[in-house]
Design a protein around this ligand. Structure first.
Ligand SMILES: [Zn+2]
Ligand SMILES: [Zn+2]
Length: 352
């Protein structure tokens, strides 16, 4: 079969490799759509400690069941399905408590297992067991179903935040995750959703598609928080935002978040920070005297994944505006270059 093989930093080649055969509990999916994710880009640019090359990346995908192992009954050949890439063990301390995103031995399709930037991908039986295989209804496209993974990460963050009616929700970072946070916060009844970003392009796109209520361009090298704080104050009678979501990897953003939050506000650190410099240097007194809740979020659970896919299937979340580029597998390197250049929102491979 044809596959995009990751050989090392900035090195992906299209090669003919062996087509997977399902184990007794597994099934093999013919990939119909696979989206490029920010974490794929990070691996493409910097490598990944857990990924041994050569390897096939790709963890946001959907397709048609090609073949099934002898014990498999949940899916049959020809079924249209989406699969969450996270593979929790299903029986550790955290899995037992329904916190599979914290699983002690969690693996990932496109991480430890071969991924979906290929004609076919093997789905471990564990995915069926834990509930991360979802049938796609006829009216939903494969490309929309690929959005379940990024959407559900944001959904996990939103469940932690528990936005209240009328809240001012400030989102720092206008990538796909920032967009999803805005859409989900709107469903929760947020009063004013402010999307902020360093560059203008993604704010313009969001405005065009009415993703948030207000848009603020921070500026590329803005070091002074005052104009930003003034802007947020002007919308909140000087209080700041009840909810601030850091949906980018800059530690500067985390410092700004605690400065822009209202008293009793909630701050969510959604993204990972640079591994070599993750210290935040936030003003601890702002957290103490303003009684801030500073929280983290990582991944999602099977329950949340099923919910996220349903939101896409029923158009409660409009996935269409997220997908801006469709490319054949052969152009995957060009796709990553588009991401580096900050072009578009979601890039989906739709020809294999
Ligand atoms: Zn992803
Ligand atoms: Zn576990």
């Amino acid at each position: 079969m044809k596959a995009a093989v990751f050989n090392g930093i900035r090195d992906i080649t299209i090669e003919e490799i062996e087509k997977p055969m399902p184990g007794p509990d597994d099934f093999v999916l013919k990939v119909k759509a696979a989206a490029l994710c920010g974490s794929d880009l990070r691996t493409y640019l910097h490598g990944h400690p857990k990924i041994k090359t050569p390897h096939v990346l790709g963890h946001e995908f959907a397709g048609v069941v090609e073949s099934v192992g002898e014990n498999v009954t949940f899916v049959k050949v020809g079924d249209r399905v989406a699969v969450h890439p996270g593979v929790p063990c299903g029986h550790c301390y955290y899995c037992d408590r329904g916190q599979q995103n914290m699983c002690e031995t969690r693996k990932q399709i496109g991480g430890q297992y071969p991924g979906a930037f290929a004609e076919y991908v093997n789905i471990p039986g564990k995915c069926i067991e834990v509930g991360t295989v979802v049938h796609i209804p006829e009216e939903c496209s494969f490309e929309i179903a690929t959005l379940g993974d990024p959407l559900v990460s944001a959904l996990n963050g939103q469940e932690i935040l528990n936005v209240q009616y009328g809240d001012t929700v400030l989102i720092l970072g206008a990538g796909p995750i920032g967009y999803f946070h805005a859409m989900l916060a709107r469903l929760k009844g947020a009063g004013n959703i402010i999307l902020a970003n360093r560059s203008q392009g993604r704010l313009d796109y969001a405005k065009e598609h009415n993703i948030a209520d207000n848009y603020y361009c921070i500026g590329r090298d803005a070091k002074d928080i005052k104009p930003f704080r003034d802007y947020i104050n002007s919308m909140t009678e000087g209080r700041g935002a009840e909810v601030v979501i850091v949906a980018n990897t800059s530690t500067e953003s985390a410092r700004q978040a605690v400065q822009l939050a209202a008293k009793n506000g909630k701050v969510l650190l959604f993204a990972g920070f640079p591994k070599d410099a993750p210290e935040l240097g936030v003003d601890g007194n702002l957290i103490h005297y303003n009684q801030l809740n500073v929280m983290g979020a990582l991944g999602s659970t099977p329950r949340q994944y099923q919910l996220a896919e349903k939101m896409l299937f029923t158009n409660k979340i409009n996935g269409n505006i997220m997908i801006t580029h469709r490319i054949p597998l052969e152009e995957i390197n060009e796709g990553f270059q588009k991401m580096i250049d900050g072009e578009g929102v979601k890039i989906v491979i739709d020809k294999f």
